[in-house]
Design a protein around this ligand. Sequence first.
Ligand code: CP
Length: 316
Amino acid sequence: MPFLHYNKPQKMPLSFQHLTSTKQLTREDMDGILKVALEMEKVRDNGGSDLLKGKVLASLFYEPSTRTRMSFESAMHRLGGSVITAEGIQFSSLYKGETIQDTISMASQYADIIVMRHPEQGSADLAVETASVPFINAGDGPGQHPTQGILDMVTIYKERGTLDGINVTMVGDLLYGRTVHSLSFLLGLYNDITFTFVAPDALQMPEKVTSYLDEKGMKYSTTSNLEDGLDSDVLYMTRIQKERFADSSQYEKLKDSYILQGSHVKDKDITVMHPLPRVNEISTDVDALPNAAYFRQASNGVIARMALLAMLLKQA
Ligand code: CP
């Protein structure tokens, strides 16, 4: 099948070969990915293309995933490429004691681009030590989830029409929440952003993010009260993540800290986002509201990842 909308001779170079953290991106990178993602939406909606024909994606998921894995694999298929997979540490040679570096060195022989999710923070940095093809971090424990941040930016642009001058409230597990870390660094590239961080004291935004925002001179406030964050343009809810707590009693104490109800956001000009999966932090009566954007957000994962795969493989 021809490229449809994507037969442009002019490529959009990225400033990086591997993607481990959103801190690597420049504003030009993010603007370029956004532009290509909006083109990729047309490609997807018109039946796909053969832009990545002959290219192979290694999809390595050593921690559970539904959206990230399926949307990466869907993105590769929609661009005419193919996918090889490994899942679960217990079914891979990592279980036998192989290092991440050796695993990635091997995957580099079998594929043209590698995506990996791993439960340990820092695993993506180990992977790029031996990656000889482009490597993408699909989530490294409580560290970063850069492609989620990118698709979140695409979603904010599509829902709000701009990435500058917006107020963003982030709610829930901000300490271990890699999605809010990645998104904060990306929003830090834009102008006049104001953040409200809503979390229990024990799960507030970590210093690695707030010090970055301080360096950039960005405005943020912290609170434990959800009501303080409901006047924003974007309300980014997150799950309290059971798997990140060493002490299960602490999780039990905090798990129901915030439950967004339809009455909180009905008839308000506030875009409700969530990286998903959710447990109970957004009541299902929010789902049908026009400003509930979280299922559209998950759908944007495909076009954002189509853009990134094509750009890292220097085809877009
Ligand atoms: N948002 C996200 O990373 O979802 P999955 O864990 O299902 O991939």
